[in-house]
Design a protein around this ligand. Structure first.
Ligand SMILES: Nc1nc2c(ncn2[C@@H]2O[C@H](COP(=O)(O)OP(=O)(O)O)[C@@H](O)[C@H]2O)c(=O)[nH]1
Ligand SMILES: [Mg+2]
Length: 224
């Protein structure tokens, strides 16, 4: 889907794992409070990795490895706080992010109206970041809907940085496999582009995931 046809990719999930010898790419989940960020991460992990998930009040980070076309890739997914103030204060979170999963809820107009604000925060604090736009809670009845699919598509079409738009239900799992697959494929393609070995070596030393884990533990900032 991300490159028109995902059938040329074979994606297998290895599981929750971190290896120092692989570049770790970073994905972050953001959006207004209550849109389903934590539920999305929970469902992604449950669905593909059969994990026990314990929700946490602090920043949640999952390190994931997958094989795409027989090549092992590694990425972390961060469940961030749905509060712009928190996001502004912790702008380090957005540094070196490869993918932002920006979520609104289809029954929450405010969460859709807030999207531009989030994009501005991202633009100010990250570079080369690709956005996957998600309209969550599409299991709800039509009468509860406050944002149409067309509006989601239109928003996506207005921003070059947004590569994907899809509606999901984190509660029931609709499109969760597609979301994870697209993250893995995007990371695989990005990894392939990093052909310059020097560039790779520099990036390896960044070991963002470690830094962030430490940071999260130190600060014990509360997440919404
Ligand atoms: N109907 C429906 N409810 C959802 C969905 N995803 C999350 N929720 C509910 O929305 C509320 C907020 O979800 P949560 O993941 O905590 O939102 P967060 O603040 O963005 O992390 C919870 O009561 C969830 O059960 C969904 O896809 N459909
Ligand atoms: Mg949450």
């Amino acid at each position: 889907m991300i490159y028109g046809d995902n059938s040329k990719y074979k994606v297998e999930y290895i599981g929750e794992k971190f290896s120092k010898n692989l570049i770790s790419y970073k994905a972050i989940i953001i959006g207004r409070y209550g849109v389903g960020k934590s539920t999305t991460l929970k469902k992604l992990m449950e669905k593909e990795f059969d994990n026990e998930y314990e929700p946490t009040m602090t920043l949640d980070i999952k390190n994931i490895q997958a094989k795409v076309n027989e090549e092992i890739i590694q990425f972390s997914i961060l469940d961030c706080c749905g509060n712009e103030k928190f996001a502004e204060q912790t702008t380090n979170l957005f540094k070196n992010v490869s993918i932002t999963v920006l979520i609104y809820a289809i029954n929450d107009r405010k969460s859709y109206d807030d999207l531009e604000k989030w994009i501005n925060i991202l633009k100010e604090n990250s570079y080369g970041n690709t956005i996957f736009l998600i309209g969550n809670k599409n299991d709800l009845e039509e009468k509860e809907r406050e944002v149409t699919i067309k509006e989601g598509e239109e928003f996506k079409n207005n921003y070059d940085d947004i590569k994907i738009f899809m509606e999901t239900s984190a509660l029931y799992g609709n499109n969760m496999d597609k979301l994870l697959e697209n993250i893995a494929i995007f990371i695989y393609e990005k990894d392939k582009k990093l052909e310059n070995e020097v560039d790779k070596a520099i990036r390896k030393t960044i070991t963002l995931t470690n830094d962030l884990t430490k940071q999260g533990e130190k600060k014990k900032k509360k997440c919404c």
